[in-house]
Design a protein around this ligand. Structure first.
Ligand code: PMP
Length: 406
């Protein structure tokens, strides 16, 4: 039974009508960023034509409209993640900024020399570097959960790393380089048993699978709007309400204060205490429209459809002679990382571009996990719900063509 018609869905995305080198664009770079449906583009345009104002402070009609739209978007994010309260939803620039916020504010305040932070081998640089910087500032130790040859977290090895010095376990829900889905609930449960807090990086998960923060019980969760069919420059930090309110803000300024004198400043409660200055109001509203769009298709339908597409693609790619798939976990989302014998990854990427196919080649900002597999880079097609079996057929045919023409 059809969950939805991906060819009809495609029509909602104006950029997917582009032609590249005379061919219809096939966008398989969804792990880097996703394309935007007309509904999101129109919503942002509507905001600037009918609602634009700064929020929260003026007495006039447009301030009320802008504030309502912004706060409605916050509620959409809350419902999308099944968070308990909108007070737990902080708008930031993206996943990177959210992680840096936690490292700079919560980390600087709560961690001290000798404490330990656990990350996984799968992490994006955005979930490694801020912790390394914090570790250097504070004299902390960074420990790494290893993965097996399929790219799956080794839970037994993880359990051995946990100890009374562990203060934070921070890891991705889906690997951007391999596509591995990690056992997030179990990892969080074990961390909590050891008395550690947890940060879950949802940059690659929110567009592919249902995220239920109350069930997962993560202390912090981050994602970027642009990877879930929303605009760039807007993202979300989720934090449990008590945790946010006991954490000192990292940036000071307007909007985030209750009272200021030259001697002393009182901060607002969350989320305002972490939203200093004028934020990205229009794009928060655009993110709300993107979530509406995803909800209309249904995240469970999306998950099921993409699972089918991923299997379809995996089976065809496996048969291409000389193709090495990296990341072979049974539980994966969206990502197909590979190398092709006899060709550099750049050659493959260029050849696909000639056919109108957009993939990423390189280290995907996740060098440690590629090096785990002895690689410096891969070719990485990554799927979204607007991709079709025909897109995959064209990808695979283009690889055979490249090999024939060698
Ligand atoms: N974490 C993961 C797993 C990612 O894939 C990315 C983006 N590639 C990020 C974090 C950082 O996201 P952003 O660049 O949007 O801040």
């Amino acid at each position: 039974k059809a969950l939805f018609d991906a060819n009809l869905v495609k029509k909602d995305f104006p950029i997917l009508q582009e032609r590249i080198n005379g061919r219809p664009l096939i966008w398989l770079d969804n792990a880097a960023t996703t394309q935007k449906p007309r509904q999101v583009i129109d919503r942002i345009s509507y905001f600037y034509q009918h609602e634009n104002s700064n929020i929260h402070r003026a007495a006039h009609e447009l301030a009320a409209r802008a504030t309502d739209a912004y706060e409605a978007a916050r509620e959409k994010v809350r419902a999308f993640l099944n968070a308990g309260s909108t007070n737990e939803i902080v708008f930031v620039r993206g996943a990177t900024e959210a992680i840096n916020l936690v490292a700079k504010s919560w980390g600087d305040q709560h961690l001290s020399a000798g404490d330990e932070i656990i990350v996984s081998n799968l992490e994006h640089h955005a979930n490694i570097v801020p912790w390394q910087q914090l570790a250097a500032r504070k004299g902390l130790k960074l420990r790494v959960i290893p993965v097996d040859d399929d790219g799956q977290i080794l839970l037994d090895e993880y359990a051995k790393l946990l100890n009374p010095k562990t203060k934070l376990v921070t890891f991705t829900q889906v690997s951007n380089a391999l596509g591995t889905v990690t056992p997030a609930k179990k990892i969080i449960e074990l961390a909590h048993q050891a008395g550690a807090k947890t940060l879950l990086d949802g940059a690659q998960s929110v567009s592919h699978l249902r995220v239920d923060l109350q069930a997962l019980d993560a202390d912090f969760f981050v994602f970027s709007g642009h990877k879930v069919f929303g605009p760039t420059g807007i993202g979300v930090l989720y934090g449990k309400e008590d945790l946010l309110n006991e954490t000192q803000p990292w940036q000071g300024g307007g909007n985030m204060i209750k009272d200021v004198t030259f001697e002393h400043t009182q901060f607002h409660q969350a989320p305002s205490r972490f939203e200093a200055g004028t934020g990205n109001i229009a794009d928060a509203v655009g993110l709300g429209a993107a979530i509406d769009y995803v909800n209309r298709l249904g995240i469970d339908n999306i998950n099921q459809y993409e699972h089918y597409l991923l299997l379809y693609a995996t089976n065809l790619l496996k048969d291409v002679p000389g193709l090495r798939l990296v990341g072979t976990a049974p539980d994966k989302a969206s990502v197909l990382s590979f190398t092709l014998k006899g060709f550099t990854n750049d050659e493959v990427g260029q050849a696909l571009n000639k056919e109108g196919i957009a993939v990423r080649t390189g280290h995907h900002c996740a060098q440690p996990i590629l090096r785990r597999f002895g690689l410096e880079s891969t070719v990485r097609p990554s799927l979204a719900f607007y991709n079709t079996c025909e897109d995959i057929d064209t990808l695979v045919e283009s690889l055979y063509k490249l090999k024939r023409n060698k």
